[in-house]
Design a binder for this molecule. Structure first.
Ligand code: MG
Length: 229
């Protein structure tokens, strides 16, 4: 009898956990291929015309094939600078079974050249502050919304810049990030983490920078729409 009760209890528990699992929202393709809305600027369509090398002067040299740019030859940054904005981008991390942690499909999207939204192969991991979807060393994604490597993934970003009064920051930047259709950062206050272009004060307009961390991450379909602050 005791054995039966235990089996029954375990069965109920496993059905309950399966139901919970089934209800968890899954990463999806709803925003894959999202078209730029009116007023948006295309940053990566078929060329890297909108970008320079990390020195801010020379033409960006990442190879672009079929609209997909592959990381190589250093960071790149947009020619334009941005304040508040809505942005869409798609990325694809390589399959690197022999690499671990930060060496596995690492790149990054620097907002205003200051705040790194991490790109990494973090498929199936419990999210940490240096995983894909994290603001590096600061904000842990609410859920793991990563797809496996070699699949196109999306970030849909809403960024409100910090506000300055003279030398003082009177309001921190705020950020919402949707990864593969799931909200991973929901209107969180952020400060500049380590790294970035340097020399851009918190709250000043800055370019978008894409990081070369030595891994062949790909990007495509990047557009940005300035917002009223
Ligand atoms: Mg990175």
């Amino acid at each position: 009898m005791r054995h039966r009760c235990l089996v029954l209890a375990l069965t109920i528990a496993s059905i309950a956990s399966m139901t919970a699992f089934a209800d968890d929202p899954k990463p999806n393709d709803k925003t894959l291929g999202l078209k730029p809305p009116e007023g948006a600027k295309v940053l990566l369509g078929s060329t890297l015309e909108a970008w320079t090398k990390g020195n801010g002067k020379d033409a960006a040299e990442w190879p672009v094939v079929g609209g997909a740019a592959t990381v190589g030859k250093g960071n790149i940054q947009t020619k334009d600078e941005f304040g508040d904005f809505q942005m869409h981008l798609e990325f694809n991390v390589p399959y690197m079974p022999n690499a671990k942690g930060q060496a596995r499909g690492n790149s990054g999207v620097y907002l205003q050249g200051n705040y790194e939204l991490q790109v990494l192969d973090s498929y199936g991991l419990k999210p940490q502050s240096n995983d894909c979807g994290a603001i590096y060393q600061q904000i842990i994604p609410a859920v793991n919304a990563c797809k496996p490597p070699l699949q196109w993934q999306t970030y849909d970003i809403t960024f409100h810049a910090a506000k300055r009064e003279g030398d003082k920051v009177v309001k921190k930047a705020r950020l919402t990030v949707v990864q593969n259709g799931l909200t991973i950062i929901d209107d969180k206050e952020i400060s500049p983490p380590p790294g970035g272009i340097g020399g851009i004060k918190e709250g000043e307009a800055g370019p978008i920078m894409l990081q070369d961390h030595g891994n062949t991450v790909q990007f495509r379909n990047i557009w940005i729409k300035p917002l009223e602050s």
